[in-house]
Design a protein around this ligand. Structure first.
Ligand SMILES: [Zn+2]
Length: 287
């Protein structure tokens, strides 16, 4: 099997239909641009679970990542797995208040990392890999954007831009090194969409889509220069508009080559495909 250098850039929450509507050319003008199946056997479409499925090739029952963040308490983590049921999610606010009242119970949340995963990721299986702030795997920066958000939306946007620029720099530096697999995660489209929905300013979402378009163009140019054979852009879910609710099935992927033929892939199919492309062996051994 021939070895092939693979670059994966994930744009959180970028919507398949909105990408086309807003003319995000760098993402649509690829050999392949289509929507894929992002259902994971759960009723919610939550970022951490989706990226865990992408990097492990497994569903939540196997990789163990569920919901948004991980409760610090082991007991609450087990109880909150009921989040997969709508009737449980309905009372989330009240529940969290009650948890806070229970003495000796650590009711805080933390971000998921690789220690929480029960399945191997592609990063351990590819000879030389680099993951940059990949959800459910590593935390590129330990910064809580929600706190500035409570005070001032523009302050949160400023911080988000600072973190996005740092990540972009990390990505460009890593692309210049001799890795077989580089994956970087950009959360900005998802954050902006959620934040600006509330104040009803879709023009900020549009501006961010065009910003990602420009970044994708720069990434493609650099990837060609650095000799990446496969360039894959991907999102975990879509976000249409405030009236039609939250995360949806409009996830997209675009690639400079055909990956799955006529078959529409499932989110768990990318893992094996990336191992195949990089000439790494697939393995079902759990960690
Ligand atoms: Zn997401």
């Amino acid at each position: 099997m021939s070895s092939n250098r693979v670059l994966v850039v994930s744009f959180d929450g970028m919507d398949y239909k909105l990408i086309q509507k807003l003319g995000v050319k760098s993402l649509t003008d690829m050999e392949k641009f289509e929507s894929y199946n992002n259902s994971t056997g759960m009723t919610t479409i939550i970022t951490n679970e989706l990226w865990a499925s992408f990097i492990t090739g497994k569903t939540w029952r196997e990789h163990g990542i569920i919901s948004k963040n991980r409760p610090e308490s082991e007991l609450l983590f087990k109880v909150e797995k009921l989040n997969r049921f709508w009737w449980w999610r309905k009372f989330q606010g009240i529940r969290h208040k009650i948890y806070g009242w229970i003495p000796f119970l650590s009711s805080g949340n933390r971000k998921y990392t690789r220690q929480d995963l029960k399945s191997r990721t592609m990063f351990e299986q590819v000879h030389s890999s680099k993951a940059i702030d990949v959800r459910s795997y590593n935390v590129g920066y330990n910064y809580d954007l929600m706190t500035p958000l409570e005070f001032d939306l523009s302050l949160a946007v400023e911080e988000l831009d600072r973190l996005t620029n740092w990540k972009k720099q990390e990505l460009f530096d890593s692309m210049g090194k001799d890795h077989d697999l580089v994956m970087a995660h950009f959360h900005k489209p998802d954050h902006i969409h959620h934040w600006f929905w509330e104040v009803g300013k879709m023009d900020k979402v549009e501006e961010t889509y065009h910003e990602m378009d420009e970044m994708a163009a720069e990434i493609k140019e650099k990837a060609e220069k650095e000799g990446f054979d496969t360039v894959l852009f991907v999102s975990d879910h879509g976000l249409p508009d405030v009236e039609n609710g939250g995360h949806n099935e409009n996830a997209f992927y675009s690639c400079n080559k055909e990956l799955f033929g006529d078959k529409t892939p499932h989110i768990t199919d990318f893992h094996d495909k990336i191992l195949e492309l990089t000439g790494s062996e697939t393995s079902d051994i759990d960690v």
